[in-house]
Design a protein. Structure first.
Length: 435
């Protein structure tokens, strides 16, 4: 029995939803530990298509319990909508779902501040998802946040939301163009939070019991390593921790419960929002990757920026999250390219640098040093066995393994669950995932 963390190795949208869906039948519990509905995790199989934002991707497969940990910030209206969307699609949700009372609520005022600040920042904007994530984590750190647990007492919840909303309204006064939430919007948030009260439960306790009984836990990361608040390209990051090691303490579990870390990486790189991106492609190849990879945000629909695989950043992600093995997604998107590049080092102010800089300006000023590999210009799409991949595609995967120093155990060749290559090698075979 091994508890496994699935994390994004890049700037998010690596395909974590697909990978969690693939692994989850072997796990008793799937838990989200960070972020909020800034995340958009896609699960596709047969002709079904789900976009999950707050509920763990494990919900799509019957069987496992899905938990939302204390470190997640919850927009209650969005959460209820997601519940309804799943129920309309005949997925049984409520009996398998548990939310931590410690999770903070994203209030309409948090969203309004997020949007107003971005609008006022002009060119310097972060490109947030506008979901109120930053202001909610700020309120948590200022100790003026409202936790979902208050929904067990409607009176206390109403009072806390009213006080927080008045405070947020004052903060909004700095932005004359801001849309101040109406009393009806605030009421709707309160009602939605009250509707979630029956789902509250002791997430840390439930997970500790699972661990003690040998029932394996899958931790589902949101965002990606380079969006981590401390280690990412600050300030162009999200407001929570995104590294794998954060998963256990964020859920109230000791760090030692983590047995394995699967890092999800695209075969190239994408980023939504602002911030440095050394291997970004602005021309035809970038557009080709966007079109062929359908690189439009799951949450906001924004076009994603695209670029070559960045082994400098990826090596940092492997180190920071202790990634033991890689799930490499969207290999099929590279099928038509005549040549494919990988950044193996950066040059900053004329100096070769192999580590990932701590300063976003240095990352922005980094010139990637590229290695060029021949493209396979053949179909990898929907291939399900590694030896059926074009030889040059296998060579590309092998080169990434060399550069990252960890094995690629899953190769994804299409958006659907069925379009996946599983390589039955350690450490995947040690994790008892049944794959
Ligand atoms: P997440 O946030 O990490 O879960 O990733 P998203 O769901 O936001 O974005 C990944 C997108 O790529 C989704 O639209 C997936 O359906 C799609 N996808 C995942 N794996 C593959 C793949 O191997 N090939 C292709 N073509 N699409 C994929
Ligand atoms: P998943 O889980 C991609 C990015 C935003 C912005 C920055 C800050 O689907 O991979 P925020 O709204 O968090 O304050 O925005 O972080 N961002 C993501 N980008 N995938 C995500 O989640 C993201 N969550 C946040 O685009 O650049
Ligand atoms: Mg996403």
């Amino acid at each position: 029995m091994t508890n496994v963390v699935v994390v994004g190795g890049q700037w998010g949208d690596e395909g974590k939803g697909k990978v969690v869906d693939l692994l989850c039948p072997a796990f008793a519990d799937v838990v989200r530990f960070n972020g909020g509905n800034n995340a958009g995790h896609t699960v596709k199989f047969a002709d079904r298509h789900f976009a999950l934002h707050l509920i763990p991707s494990g919900i799509v497969q019957p069987g496992c319990r899905c938990l939302v940990g204390p470190g997640v910030v919850i927009d209650p209206v969005a959460f209820l909508e997601e519940l309804r969307m799943l129920e309309e699609q005949a997925v049984s949700v409520r009996p398998r779902l548990m939310i931590s009372p410690r999770a903070h609520l994203v209030l309409p005022g948090h969203r309004a501040i997020d949007v107003a600040r971005e609008a006022a920042s002009g060119k310097g904007k972060l490109g947030t998802t506008g979901r109120g994530i930053g202001p909610t984590y700020e309120a948590r750190a200022r100790r003026t946040g409202v936790r979902l647990g208050l929904a067990r007492s409607p009176k206390r919840l109403r009072e806390a939301v009213a006080a927080a909303s008045a405070d947020l309204e004052q903060a909004l006064a700095r932005y004359p163009a801001a849309a101040v939430p109406s009393p009806a919007e605030i009421d709707a948030a309160v009602e939605a939070a009250l509707a979630l009260a029956p789902l509250l439960g002791d997430v840390a306790g439930a997970l500790a019991d699972s661990d003690a009984a040998g029932r394996p836990i899958l931790f589902e990361g949101a965002q990606g390593t380079l969006l981590d608040i401390d280690h990412g390209t600050y300030p162009f990051v999200t407001s929570s921790g995104c590294l794998a090691g954060f998963a256990a303490p964020a859920c109230g579990l000791p760090a030692r419960v983590i047995g394995g870390v699967l890092g999800v990486f695209k075969a190239y790189v994408t980023r939504v929002g602002s911030g440095p991106f050394p291997t970004e492609l602005s021309g035809g190849t970038g557009e080709h990757l966007r079109r062929r990879g359908n690189e439009f945000g799951t949450t906001t629909g924004r076009p994603r920026r695209t670029g070559w695989f960045d082994a400098v950043a990826a090596r940092a992600a492997v180190r920071w999250s202790g990634i033991d093995a890689v799930a490499l997604t969207k290999l099929d998107v590279l099928d038509e390219l005549a040549e494919i590049r990988i950044a193996t080092a950066y040059e900053i102010a004329g100096r070769a640098v192999e580590g990932f800089p701590d300063d976003a300006d240095d990352v922005a000023g980094a010139a990637p040093v590229y290695e060029t590999l021949p493209g396979w210009q053949a179909d990898s799409a929907a291939v399900t066995a590694f030896d059926k991949l074009p030889e040059l595609a296998r060579r590309y995967v092998a080169r990434l393994e060399e550069l990252l120093g960890v094995p690629v155990v899953v190769v994804s060749t299409g958006p659907r669950r069925e379009e996946t290559i599983v390589r039955r090698v350690p450490p995947l075979t040690d994790w008892n995932t049944g794959l």
